[in-house]
Design a protein around this ligand. Structure first.
Ligand SMILES: *Cc1c(COP(=O)(O)O)cnc(C)c1O
Length: 439
């Protein structure tokens, strides 16, 4: 096999190593989210110094093309001029007031205009918060307790949803989480993605189901695409049984299309959860629905949900600027063609080195699976050879491409990505695939 000679293979991670060891003392595993740990790929996490556009630089000065993008939010690239300007302007007026500001209304309008099923929205501080609030709302509205989720879908770390929950847990080989009382998950029913029968079965056996929650395009078991009419059939089934459909578009909202996966597939959910892109890098989540449902939420209704920093003025400014820029750029067609190119780099080099590989992609989300099975749900995603991914991952790092350190995470594209970045990606993929074939 060809051993790639690349000066970057001599890259040093000395300062990252040092910070990692230092971080272990007062932080848990030196990270504030376990997906940032390099547990499944081996080695220690990199510490980041700064990022600009499509690139990110670690504390040792190594530069990478960034395909993590903070797990999605940085869709127009890091430190976009207009976003930075809006943030600076907002900073001058103060950081938090505990009272309403005009920008909350502006962002709410942008969001509600984008999703046809959304008359009102409530801003929160994370995707997790958006989702567990949406569940509470579905239960308040229907007066029922049970929910159906799909194995491999991640909906944040609320107790009720930490079962069969995809990437973070799958990477660490955890079936669920310790500390979640049985009572908290006794109302959570699990179905298989792309399998309508597995949903219908629950509907037939349980009369008290409030909602089905789904990532309309799976992104947390790697990218998994709804087959045929799965989403519209699911919507019809929910309607027939009087069950609400919650679209968790925390990852896909404004990323797949301005109006999310729902617009692309023409399937309108009853409640939509958002996060990631809508804050443009600041902590913002949101849940929204038509008036009739949102009027259940306090202060209009009796479902309580609150937040000291919700609708934070700096975060709102960042969100408005990011979404406005995104709307102007309309990069969705371009995303498809860039993803198509990266897919061909992957498949061509897998063929060249005789590596079994499947690539799933959906707009600006994509990733390879080291398997020969087509990946349509969590069990098929788990047929991937994670050891091969680990080898691939490090070789990508050494060749200047920053990827999420897990087989079960999507790679994200930004509109800042250019042809020179694609060259780096192509070369890195070839080197990494070569390395995988030697293993
Ligand atoms: C990231 C994500 C969440 C959780 O969002 P946080 O901001 O990390 O709490 C929920 N659902 C989906 C689909 C996500 O991708």
């Amino acid at each position: 096999m060809v051993v790639t000679t690349n000066t970057k293979l001599d890259m040093k991670f000395k300062k990252s190593e040092k910070l990692y060891k230092k971080g272990l003392k007062n932080l848990v595993g030196a990270v504030n989210s376990p997906v940032r740990a390099f547990t499944s790929v081996g080695g220690n996490p990199l510490f980041i110094k700064k990022a600009k556009g499509s690139g990110i630089t670690d504390v040792d000065g190594n530069k990478y093309v960034d395909l993590v993008l903070s797990y999605g939010p940085m869709i127009v690239g890091h430190r976009h001029k207009k976003v930075q300007k809006a943030i600076k302007k907002a900073l001058k007026n103060g950081y938090s007031f505990g009272a309403s500001t005009e920008n909350e209304i502006k962002l709410a309008k942008i969001v509600c205009d984008a999703f046809s099923g959304m008359d009102k929205v409530r801003f929160v501080n994370s995707g997790t918060e958006a989702v567990f609030s949406a569940l509470r709302l579905a239960r308040a509205y229907t007066g029922k307790d049970k929910i159906v989720k799909f194995s491999g879908c991640y909906h944040g770390h609320a107790d009720a949803l930490l079962v069969a929950a995809g990437s973070g847990l799958a990477t660490l080989s955890l079936p669920g989480s310790k500390g979640v009382p049985e009572d908290a998950v006794k109302n959570t029913l699990i179905s298989e993605y792309n399998n309508l029968e597995s949903v219908k079965k629950h509907f037939d056996e349980n009369k008290d189901i409030a909602a089905v929650i789904i990532e309309p395009v799976g992104g947390n078991m790697g990218v998994v695409i709804p087959q045929d009419n799965f989403l519209s059939d699911l919507k019809d089934l929910c309607k027939a049984y009087g069950v609400l459909l919650i679209a968790d578009e925390v990852m896909t909202g404004f990323r797949s299309k301005f109006g999310g996966v729902q617009e692309l597939f023409n399937v309108e959910a009853d409640i939509t959860c958002l996060g990631k892109v809508i804050g443009g890098g600041f902590p913002v989540g949101a849940y929204g629905a038509r008036n009739e449902i949102m009027e259940m939420v306090s202060p209009l209704g009796d479902m309580y949900q609150a937040g000291t920093l919700s609708g934070n003025p700096i975060a709102m400014a960042s969100g408005i600027a990011t979404l406005s820029e995104l709307k102007k750029q309309n990069p969705y067609t371009a995303f498809n063609s860039v993803a198509e190119k990266i897919e061909s780099f992957l498949l061509d080099s897998a063929k060249k080195y005789n590596v079994e590989l499947v690539v799933n992609r959906f707009g600006s989300m994509m990733n390879p699976f080291f398997t020969k099975e087509s990946v349509v749900d969590f069990p098929t995603a788990q047929t991937s050879d994670t050891e091969k991914f680990g080898i691939f991952f490090w070789e990508m790092i050494k060749n200047g491409v920053f990827l999420p350190p897990s087989q079960f995470e999507a790679w994200f594209l930004s509109s800042a990505l250019d042809n020179s970045d694609l060259k780096v990606i192509k070369k890195a993929i070839d080197a990494a695939m070569g390395k995988v074939s030697e293993a």
